[in-house]
Design a protein around this ligand. Structure first.
Ligand code: RP5
Length: 164
């Protein structure tokens, strides 16, 4: 892509979420999507969360990916402050293996949507792929890259051999 403006914001509640959320970052890198990564905690930096989410649209962001663990309010609160699409990634918690994160993120009351992905690495990768798909609606070169990505995945699976 030739665009230099930041299109996607990846936010997470703690540095401890990075091991999961870096997969969203790496996937966006793979597609050449300009993005930013930042720690924004719903519980510990609520004002920052409000400022970040309220200013995102004006700054030109088109998608927010928010990852959090435990009582994971971050994606829902971000969505409360913006009409941009918010994709929520439940980070795997120690106590409940991320099921608490998943349930905190997924069960939004009707009216404020959060697109909830799978727990952990798969969710982070798919959040980025969904962000690319959203951006690709108005960017043919990104659409092309998505087609190429799918083709390459298909070829890899067709080339797989079982260790018999
Ligand atoms: C949440 O609490 C974060 O998203 C993180 O997943 C979890 C634990 O945070 P730390 O105690 O590791 O900072 O706010």
């Amino acid at each position: 892509m030739n665009e230099e403006k930041i299109l996607v914001g990846i936010i997470m509640g703690s540095v401890s979420d990075w091991d999961t959320m870096r997969h969203a970052h790496e996937t966006l890198e793979q597609f050449g999507v300009v993005h930013e990564c930042q720690i924004v905690s719903a519980h510990r930096t609520p004002e920052l969360l409000r400022d970040y989410s309220q200013s995102a649209e004006g700054r030109g962001l088109e998608v927010i990916i928010a990852g959090a663990g435990g009582a994971a309010h971050l994606p829902g609160m971000a969505a409360a402050f913006t009409v941009l699409p918010v994709l929520g990634v439940p980070v795997e918690s120690h106590a409940l293996k991320g099921q608490d994160s998943l349930l905190s993120i997924v069960q939004m009351p009707g009216g404020i949507p959060v697109g909830t992905l799978a727990i952990g690495k798969a969710g982070a990768i798919n959040a980025a792929l969904l962000a690319v798909a959203i951006l690709a609606n108005s960017r043919p070169e990104l659409r092309q890259k998505l087609h190429a990505f799918r083709t390459s995945q298909t070829e890899k699976v067709l080339a797989m051999e079982l260790p018999l």
